[in-house]
Each structure stands twice: as structure tokens, then as C-alpha cells.
Design a protein around this ligand. Structure first.
Ligand SMILES: Cc1ncc(COP(=O)(O)O)c(C=O)c1O
Length: 474
């Protein structure tokens, strides 16, 4: 328990409050945390992995349970009373998702998926790639976006990558412009990038959406790491496809995500198969089928009709707290943490922390990737950091966070070095094999990420943990 506040904590908190007067405007989140997330402090957790998963409020679980206990939900693919009840609530949730993102229902459709990866795969497997077509990706992408390249290559299309420029780990706009100018006229060009990096927290401009579309690209926006703490206004921005996971926004339910797609873009996709639920009719003897139009054509089998209603409950929670308020809060906390971490130096003057990505809160979210170094300048193995932080009940993430492109640039790994390691390995090569091969480079990083109910005690705990690694003068 951190209730008996020590003087250093109180002093630091007072200094933080003075430096970030806007934080006071987010005090209602402290009440939400006390009321609805009491287990965090009761069990002594310092949760710093919101980019891994959001946390759920106790009221979400209760409201969802009440909803299930107060209705009889049957398989929605029918017209009996319990089926109608399920259909009604699933369709209400669909409208709720559109409303939450201010998406016009004449323009956008919501496909419920298992998670963001599933939404991305639906686009990848259905996009009409043909020889000469192009897939343009930022280096900075989750593997669930990188994997789309396997679909386009299998159909003879090309994959192009936009490198990140250190130290900020952003894309050089002139390089982007040149790549966008290379759209194949009359072909299919798909540009996929994350609104916020799950590695560095960099926010890539949403202005790229219209810029790419006017030059002939369809845009797939991976919003999974962005939407938990940032408002995505689909009345203002009009990506063709948006992928997200709801558990990253509000912790519960897991197993439900969405592909929010422009109806016109959805109509251009071709599913590689059909399934129960995705067709109007099919015949075995006539060997024919007629796909369902719109979102239904992308929801294979029975939708998760008992969990989808929990999405509505989660969206209401976010709406009641205010996404802008959450944003302001994590911005203030991450700004403090960045400054404090960068100020930590060993007795001999060497820095403890190397942050990958922007050193301010400008155009970045509250996801910080870093490595820690000892006084001799040797990196402290990120796995030992995860272990020792864990002993203090601090949950953070280490590794490459399924984002190898951003990681490779951040850690200064070159293509020949990585190719050499792949050539030296075999088909069973593991992450540890790669780590050993690229030694003495760092083969991963530490990630600290803030979210819905982060507070000053959380960031202070991590600063204190890091400070404990400082070495005095030799
Ligand atoms: C930016 C980004 N995209 C996609 C994903 C994949 O999400 P999921 O594992 O929920 O499918 C993640 C997960 O961390 C992510 O951060």
C-alpha cells in the first residue's frame, strides 16, 4: 500500500502539480480509480502496460453481468424471440461504435472482429491485390500490419517500406510524398500505418489519410494504440479502414475488436471464402453462393453476441470520463516522467536512460520505449529490468512489442546484420537466438505506457525504481 505517503513523494507530487496545473482538471479520474479500480491499489499494483491492455472498471463487469442475467440471448442468426433480442443488442452496439467515433452511418460500417489483428487480416486477405499493385507500410508497424505483406506478395503485388528517422522515429515527409506519388494509376494501392506507434508512442499525422487518398491510395489506419487515450473523429478524418481492439480501450471484454470501414471501400474487398453468417444463400449442388452485403459479409460464423454488449458498456465508461480528459492526464504524467528519466545520471555523469523516440510530449502519446544503462555504459538486460520491476509489483513490457521495424531503427540494427542472423539461424530460430546473434547490440527495449486511470503514484514508482539503479561515483 502506498497510503502512508513519504515526504519525497509528496514533494515530487507538489512540484508536478505546480508544473502541470492542467492536471487538476483531471481529478475526477482519481475518483473513478478509487471507486471503480480499487483493486489496483488494494493489491499494490503499479500498472504501466496500458498499450499491452487497458484495465476494466468493476462497474463494467457488473453492468455486463446484469445485462446477461436480465435477458435471454440466443444465436442471432434466426428470427425467434431470443435471436431477435441478440440481434437488437448487437446492432445497437454497432451504432454505438459509430457514434463514439462520430462516423456517419451512411459512410461507415462496423465489422465486429476478434481483435485488431483479425480486423487487419480481414483487409489483407480481401484486398484485391494483383500484379503491379502496391502495399506501402511504415517501418513502424505492428506485426499484424506487417503480415499483410504476405497476402500482397502471394498475389504478385509489391511491398514498399517507409523508414523511420532517428532519434524521433518519425517518417521523412519528403520520402512519404515520393512514395505516395508512385501510386499505380488504375491499380490497387494500400497504405497502412499506425495512428500511434506501440513502440515509441509517436503519433503519425492523420493528415496523411487525405493526402494519400487524393493520390490514389486506400488507407488502412491501425488505431489500436491511439484510441485508448486519443479522440479519433471519423467525421473529420476519413480512412478507408480502421482497426482496433476494445480491450485496449477499456480492458473488457477481451476477444472483441472492430474493423470500421468506409462502405465504398468494404464493397471493393473480396473475401477468399464464405462461412455461416457471411452469405445470403449457398448451394452445394449448384456450387453457388451469394455473399451478404456490408459488414455481415465479414463476420464469419456466430458473432460474440454475449460479449459484444460489453463494448457498449465500455464506451459509455470512456464517454462519461471523457477521452480528452484521459488524454490530458496521460500527457501531463508522461511529460513529467520523460523529463525525470532523462535527468537521471550516474555519479560519473553517464545517463541511466536512453529514450527511443520524441523527448517531449509533442505529437506523441504516453507510450515510452527506452533502455537503461549502468555506469560503465553497458545496457542493463531488459529482461532483468522486467524481473526486478516485477518484484516491486510494477507491470511493464520488454522486448520489441511485435514492432520489429521501429525496434530495428531505434536500436541501430542494420539490414545486413539482421540478414546475417537469419542466414545463420534455421527454421526454428527463436527470439533468444536472434538476441544472441546481434549481441552486443541491445536486442530489445523496455516499454512503459499510461492509460485510463494512471496517476502520479504510478509514474513516481517507476522513477524511483529507475533511480534505484543509479551508481555513485566509482
Ligand atoms: C498498434 C497495434 N496494432 C495492432 C495490435 C494488435 O492488437 P491485438 O493483439 O489486440 O490484435 C496492437 C497490440 O498491441 C497494437 O499495439
Amino acid at each position: 500500500m502506498r497510503s502512508a505517503r513519504a515526504a519525497p513523494f509528496l514533494e515530487a507530487q507538489a512540484a508536478f502539480a505546480a508544473a502541470h496545473p492542467e492536471y487538476e482538471g483531471t481529478a475526477s479520474i482519481d475518483e473513478v480509480r478509487a471507486r471503480d479500480f480499487g483493486r489496483l491499489d488494494a493489491l499494490g499494483h503499479v500498472y504501466l502496460d496500458y498499450t499491452g491492455s487497458g484495465l476494466y472498471a468493476e462497474s463494467q463487469v457488473r453492468r455486463h453481468a446484469e445485462l446477461l442475467l436480465g435477458h435471454v440471448f440466443g444465436n442471432p442468426h434466426s428470427t425467434n424471440p431470443t435471436s431477435i433480442e441478440s440481434t437488437r443488442i448487437v446492432e445497437r452496439c454497432r451504432r454505438g461504435v459509430l457514434e463514439f467515433f462520430d462516423a456517419d452511418e451512411d459512410e461507415y460500417a462496423v465489422v465486429f472482429t476478434a481483435n485488431a489483428s483479425h480486423a487487419l487480416k480481414l483487409v489483407g486477405e480481401s484486398y484485391p491485390f494483383a500484379p503491379g499493385d502496391q502495399l506501402l507500410l511504415t517501418f513502424d508497424n505492428h506485426n499484424s500490419v506487417n503480415g499483410i505483406r504476405e497476402f500482397d506478395r502471394a498475389r504478385g503485388a509489391r511491398t514498399l517500406y517507409l523508414p523511420m528517422v532517428p532519434p524521433e522515429l518519425r517518417v521523412d515527409e519528403s520520402v512519404l510524398d515520393r512514395a505516395l506519388d508512385g501510386a499505380l494509376a488504375g491499380g490497387h494501392n494500400l497504405f497502412a500505418y499506425p495512428a500511434q506507434s506501440n513502440f515509441s508512442g509517436v503519433q503519425h499525422p492523420l493528415e496523411w489519410i487525405a493526402k494519400a487518398q487524393t493520390r490514389g491510395w486506400d488507407v488502412l489506419l491501425d488505431a489500436a494504440a491511439f484510441v485508448p487515450t486519443n479522440r479519433l473523429d471519423l467525421g473529420r478524418w476519413h480512412p478507408d479502414f480502421v482497426a482496433l481492439s476494445f480491450y485496449k480501450m477499456f480492458g473488457y471484454p477481451t476477444g472483441v475488436g472492430a474493423l470500421i470501414a468506409r462502405k465504398a471501400a468494404l464493397a471493393r474487398l473480396h473475401r477468399p471464402w464464405f462461412a455461416g453468417g457471411t452469405i445470403n444463400i449457398a448451394s452445394v449442388q449448384a456450387d453457388r453462393f451469394v455473399p451478404s452485403p456490408g459488414a455481415a459479409g465479414f463476420e464469419d460464423g456466430t458473432p460474440d453476441f454475449t460479449n459484444i454488449p460489453a463494448v457498449e458498456v465500455g464506451l459509455e465508461l470512456l464517454r462519461s470520463i471523457g477521452v480528452q480528459r484521459i488524454h490530458d492526464r496521460v500527457e501531463a504524467l508522461s511529460g513529467w516522467l520523460i523529463e525525470e528519466l532523462l535527468a537521471l545520471h550516474h555519479g560519473n555523469g553517464r545517463p541511466l536512460v536512453r529514450l527511443y523516440g520524441p523527448g517531449t510530449t509533442e505529437r506523441r502519446g504516453a507510450t515510452l520505449a527506452m533502455n537503461l544503462y549502468d555506469a560503465s555504459g553497458q545496457v542493463i538486460d531488459h529482461r532483468s529490468v522486467e524481473r526486478s520491476a516485477g518484484e516491486r509489483m510494477i507491470s511493464l513490457r520488454t522486448g520489441c512489442f511485435c514492432n520489429p521495424g521501429a525496434g530495428e531503427v531505434a536500436l541501430g540494427l542494420t539490414r545486413p546484420e539482421i540478414e546475417h542472423c537469419f542466414a545463420a539461424g534455421d527454421s526454428r530460430m527463436t527470439y533468444d537466438d536472434l538476441r544472441r546473434c546481434i549481441d552486443p547490440h541491445e536486442a530489445g527495449a523496455i516499454r512503459v505506457s499510461l492509460g485510463l486511470v494512471s496517476n502520479f503514484a504510478d509514474v513516481f514508482a517507476f522513477r524511483e525504481y529507475a533511480r534505484g539503479l543509479l551508481e555513485d561515483d566509482p
